[in-house]
Write a protein that binds this ligand. Structure first.
Ligand code: 4GS
Length: 221
């Protein structure tokens, strides 16, 4: 899979994507990741990427010319061009699974008050949000998406990692888990988990998952 990122803050991407599973996937050639500085697509003396909104109002907008030039030079017909902004559909595991099936993504990180609407209309295939909060820019959302998608690429996880069924894969929150010691500062591990009765343990875990999900995330049920 190839992922291009268009951002005003390329330096933010050093670190999070150079560790752990994403690092390994890149080294193995499963993920070809390229970070591009939007400012390099601005051609005036001051490398301007923003301007004031017509009609007035606070803040600045990302202006069309640099983003159009960048997307036209980076994206091919089959590339999924995705804007990151709070106006997008809220990212989740189902969307991560959908994106993991695509060969080429171009993630366009937002900044300032947002995008000139013509970018949305003409260039974007999709628009994704991390959630209902305001960030300083879309670099972290881009990294979150890259992380969630990369671990779904075939071969990205080791056997140990793959074997684990995780929250949101089976649609419920994780049940409580314990490791040694069986008693720690007077706090005991539930008896059933020490019993060796595999059917009882499975039943207990399912019940705990349901109860926790009902309490904390009833929207998932
Ligand atoms: C998000 C978000 C975001 C919005 C970018 C204000 C700077 C900022 N992007 N999911 N301008 N939430 N973007 O907060 O994706």
């Amino acid at each position: 899979m190839k992922i291009d990122v268009l951002t005003l803050f390329p330096a933010m991407f050093a670190g999070p994507l150079d560790e752990s599973i994403v690092k390994r996937a890149r080294q193995a050639g499963l993920l070809d990741l390229r970070i591009h500085n939007l400012r390099e697509y601005a051609h005036d003396r001051h490398k301007t990427v923003d301007d004031r909104p017509f009609g007035g109002g606070p803040g600045m907008l990302l202006k069309p010319e640099p983003i159009f030039e960048a997307v036209e030079s980076l994206a091919r017909e089959q590339t999924r061009v995705i804007l990151l902004s709070p106006a997008g559909r809220v990212f989740n595991q189902a969307i991560a699974r959908e994106l993991a099936l695509i060969d080429e993504l171009l993630l366009v990180s937002g900044h300032y008050e947002g995008f000139d609407e013509r970018i949305r209309e003409q260039l974007a295939d999709d628009e994704l949000s991390m959630g209902d909060f305001v960030l300083t820019n879309g670099a972290l959302p881009a990294m979150v998406i890259i992380d969630a998608v990369t671990r779904l690429l075939p071969g990205a996880l080791g056997d140990e990692e793959s074997a684990h069924e995780e929250s949101f894969s089976h649609g419920l929150l994780e049940y409580p888990q314990y490791t040694r010691p069986a008693e720690f500062r007077g706090m005991k591990v539930p008896e059933v988990l020490l019993s060796g009765h595999h059917a009882e343990i499975a039943k207990w875990r399912t019940e705990q998952s349901r109860r926790r999900t009902a309490e904390r995330r009833p929207d998932l049920l």
